[in-house]
Design a protein around this ligand. Sequence first.
Ligand code: ADP
Ligand code: ADP
Length: 229
Amino acid sequence: GGTVQFDAVSFAYDAQRPILQGVSFEIPAGHTLAIVGPSGAGKSTLARLLFRFYDVGGGAIRIDGQDLRELTQHSLRRAIGVVPQDTVLFNDSIGYNIAYGSPGASEEQIWAALRAAQLEDFVRRLPDGLQTQVGERGLKLSGGEKQRIAIARVLLKNPPILILDEATSSLDTHAERLILEALNAVSARRTTLAIAHRLSTIVHAERILVLDQGRVVEQGTHAQLLAAG
Ligand code: ADP
Ligand code: ADP
């Protein structure tokens, strides 16, 4: 399962100003759709609607044919994993930060997630500002490392649907390569909605949707969009 369908979705934070207008698309189970468009186009809003942070103003969002509004919060949270732009860490070890949302995970599963995100060396370290009982200082984590922690969390949680929000913005080349490798591991065979500013960060997307001022202006494969100019 994991088919995601947006059917003529509209939304406004404030009735005077529509943000999304008649947005329709479908992501077949296991496929990746990248959403690109200028800042303010409504990309993050669209992701928030899929996570049901807000309800649609008009139209419907369906997962495997079922309206989001008919799903319990619990099953929705289980169905969807998010790799956000800014990852919030708890004041505990990085290993704990990855495992906390998956209490049933085995040691083996935790290590597999850490390996895929290339975080094995970090597992017992603490985030910046903390200190262990033996006086070892916490690590100052880069934005890319925090994103890999978020990716490892999602790998462990193993949801059928994934939202990636600008997952490789503002990274250097090496950090970006590590992220892309981890993203390929996490998005493989998962229904993925990937939000991006730059096309180079979404090479693994089968289809691309261009959003501008809350409307779908183009939709197709990489090659189709290039041909259309
Ligand atoms: P095939 O198995 O023939 O290579 P796919 O399984 O890749 O085809 O895709 C099946 C159909 O779903 C194709 O028409 C393809 O364009 C479409 N498709 C694949 N990914 C997406 C997506 N993210 N959003 C919308 N349609 C998609
Ligand atoms: P994008 O992700 O494409 O940059 P957003 O979805 O973040 O676009 O924003 C789309 C529009 O909605 C922008 O004009 C933004 O200012 C507005 N907006 C975003 N979040 C809120 C909010 N919580 N309350 C009111 N307006 C918002």
